[in-house]
Design a protein around this ligand. Structure first.
Ligand SMILES: NC(=O)c1ccc[n+]([C@@H]2O[C@H](COP(=O)([O-])OP(=O)(O)OC[C@H]3O[C@@H](n4cnc5c(N)ncnc54)[C@H](O)[C@@H]3O)[C@@H](O)[C@H]2O)c1
Length: 330
């Protein structure tokens, strides 16, 4: 059955989309990838790859032609530094992508459309302490999401509901909680905390200092990318059309995350906390009660396990560039 289905993955040149394409191909789907760019670190396994700008309606129409399923992962996004700096661009770009992708999908008769939302939709007032109560799906309302990125994700969730209501488009909505793993952005300003920390540790010699944003006591939970992809496919195949958390509930402080990476690297480093850098909400965790009920499953990779491969991959990339890094530092 799967071999007959034709699947579009938007954002296929990015981190999660690239992993998803590989997994779908290994399961026998016919896959088209679409993105502004090809994947940076490894060739795409997609049968067809469309380089395009999905802010343009006509590019969305081309991308969805003859597709049964759409995983809409394309988005202008990055780590906390990026999403707090570019509120207008992120909002405008992502609203255009999502509105055009929904319209093109319903016009071309796509059977199912999955939208990748984010834990950034949750009300900020419910995330003020590091020892946070895990967030249930209903905690997104009354709405008070993160400026820019959180608001546009929450609105696109609503848009999915409207397309389902008015046009009977079968929509799925996933709320990711911090995804990490090999082949993700690790430098340049769009990287997220696990990748940034792995890079800083890989670049430092034992005994050196590394800069941590904030006091390091802010908390998060992190999901390994293989679990993310598994959850995505399970959700697409399910009948659940309300928003669903997809993350782990293993809560750690950023300081603990740094200690884990240092231990994997076998380095002793001194943390220097920069309180002038953005650190996002104080604490955030995923309540996986509904995830377990709906999918009969939840992510299984511990942070300690997932960070081993992630660190190894980022270290190899840093070492490839080592001469340049050393020159710049001199
Ligand atoms: N990684 C996470 O921790 C996380 C957390 C919450 C939500 N998400 C969501 O999951 C999805 C995938 O995230 P990711 O981590 O793989 O990000 P990513 O930045 O690696 O991938 C997103 C891709 O979208 C592409 N894109 C951006 N604008 C485009 C446009 N106009 N036309 C075509 N392609 C465009 C980018 O080039 C990029 O390759 C995004 O929607 C993101 O908001 C990710």
């Amino acid at each position: 059955m799967a071999s007959k289905q034709r699947v579009l993955v938007t954002g296929a040149g990015g981190f999660i989309g690239h992993h998803l394409v590989s997994r779908l191909k290994s399961e026998g789907y016919w896959v088209r990838g679409a993105d502004l760019k090809y994947p940076e670190y490894q060739a795409s396994a997609a049968d067809e790859f469309q380089v395009c700008d999905l802010r343009e309606e006509k590019d969305c129409q081309l991308a969805v032609r003859d597709m049964d399923l759409v995983y809409n992962l394309a988005a202008d996004m990055g780590g906390i530094g990026y999403i707090t700096a570019y509120l207008a661009d992120i909002s405008r770009n992502n609203i255009l992508i999502n509105a055009h992708m929904l319209e093109a999908s319903r016009r071309s008769g796509v059977k199912r459309f999955l939208f990748s939302s984010s834990a950034c939709v949750y009300a900020q007032s419910k995330q003020l302490t590091a020892d946070v109560t895990p967030l249930k799906e209903e905690d997104a309302y009354p709405a008070e999401p993160e400026p820019g990125y959180g608001w546009e994700k929450l609105y696109a969730e609503e848009l999915c509901k409207y397309f389902r209501h008015d046009y009977k488009l079968e929509t799925r909505i996933v709320r990711f909680h911090n995804v990490y793993g090999p082949l993700g952005t690790y430098d340049g300003g769009k990287e997220k905390s696990p990748a940034a920390i792995c890079r800083k540790v890989a670049q430092a010699d034992s005994g050196n200092e590394i800069e941590i944003w904030g006091d390091g006591e802010q908390t998060r939970s992190y999901m390994y990318v293989d679990d993310c992809v598994e959850g995505l496919i399970r959700l697409m195949n399910s009948d659940h059309h309300e928003p669903l958390n997809l993350g782990t509930d293993q809560l750690v402080t950023i300081n603990e995350l740094v200690d884990m990476v240092c231990s994997i690297a076998g380095k002793r480093l001194k943390k220097v906390h920069n309180l002038n850098k953005p650190q996002g909400v104080r604490g955030r965790n995923s309540d996986n009660t509904r995830l377990r009920q709906v999918l009969g499953w939840e992510p299984t990779t511990t942070l300690e396990q997932g960070l081993v491969d992630t660190y190894k991959w980022i270290e190899s990339k840093v070492l490839e560039r080592e001469p340049a890094v050393k020159e710049n530092a001199a």
